[in-house]
Design a protein around this ligand. Structure first.
Ligand code: FUB
Length: 311
């Protein structure tokens, strides 16, 4: 994996693009894709799965030490811009925790804010996962981590949404899904965290992704309904709910990957679902690969179920 990191940095320096079909990236493992459009280009901020080696990470579990960002102007040719944040350069992170889980990125007022969940070295900050922010002038970094994580957030899988009135919101998960307003500085909560309403009462819900379409707020999330995660959604007339469960966006993984984690975006008049399976690691589902398929709405606003394309 260190070799693959070196190769991907070289590819980036030489301007070599990654390839097009699913999975989108084949020279390294990638998961939890948060896709954003910045300046007419799609940027994907995924997690970066690696394999445990002696003394580095826990065998059989997620091992994640840094983040890359990838971009594309046509959703076919992907450029790896290299590492943007790494665990041991974030001042408050537990050293060598290898728990740099699912991130997100948002633009506001000339800056790019990269949100990432991980575990702090000091349990008085948080006893488990919390969410940090790193800030950059460019979508590809360099991102400078804030000295401390966001106060008042315990959990994983941050997702940021800015409404039409300019109010920003942070969503995250800790078994259930929570949301709160963010201050204009994008670094602090502006309201108390709250649960978001009538979500499924049974089974883990994580990886929230919120977007708005025609005045409807869609809260989309992986949910373990039976064996593995499937992607579901709920809707509301307000960004903090209450949300009402509406349906399934994608069934459980055909490749047996226990997790799925997604984002949804519109680019050049077409909606897309970014998600992951474990195409490149069929026997170990903690080494995942990001994918993308078109997503369609019914005239009622319902999301049509997405069937994953084959490789
Ligand atoms: O990638 C680590 C964790 O697995 C994420 O935070 C979850 O959403 C799941 O994909």
């Amino acid at each position: 994996c260190r070799l693959s990191s070196i190769l991907s940095v070289l590819a980036c320096l030489l301007g070599v693009a990654a390839q097009a079909q699913n999975p989108l990236i084949t020279n390294q493992f990638t998961a939890d894709p948060s896709a954003r459009v910045f300046n007419d280009r799609v940027y994907v901020y995924p997690s970066h799965d690696i394999r445990a080696t002696p003394g580095h990470g826990r065998v059989g579990w997620f091992v994640m030490e840094d983040y890359h960002v990838f971009s594309s102007a046509n959703l076919t040719d992907w450029t790896d811009h290299g590492v943007i944040v790494t665990q041991n350069k974030v001042p408050w992170v537990k050293p060598d925790s290898y728990s740099m889980w699912a991130p997100d990125c948002m633009y506001r007022n000339g800056k790019y804010y990269f949100y990432f969940p991980t575990t702090p070295r000091d349990t008085t900050i948080s006893k488990g996962f919390t969410v940090g922010v790193a800030v950059s002038d460019k979508p590809t970094g360099p991102f400078v981590p804030q000295p401390l994580p966001i106060k008042g957030v315990r959990g994983i899988d941050p997702n940021v949404f800015i409404d039409k009135d300019g109010q920003a919101y942070l969503y995250w998960s800790q078994g259930n899904i929570y949301g709160a307003k963010l201050k204009e500085n994008m670094l602090e909560l502006a309201s108390e965290p709250q649960a978001l309403g009538e979500l499924p009462t049974q089974g883990l819900k994580e990886g929230p992704y919120l977007f708005e379409r025609n005045g409807t707020y869609y809260l989309t999330y992986p949910h373990v309904a039976s064996k593995t995660e499937r992607l579901e959604y709920a809707t509301s007339t307000s960004p903090l709910g209450p949300f009402t469960v509406k349906g399934v966006i994608m069934d459980e993984s055909p490749t047996g990957c226990w997790t799925n984690h997604h984002s949804i975006l519109a680019f050049k008049n077409q909606w897309y679902l970014f998600y992951h399976h474990n195409d490149l690691s069929p026997s170990f589902d903690k080494n995942r690969s990001i994918r993308m398929d078109s997503l369609f709405f019914e005239p009622t606003g319902a999301i049509r179920k997405v069937v994953p394309t084959l490789r």
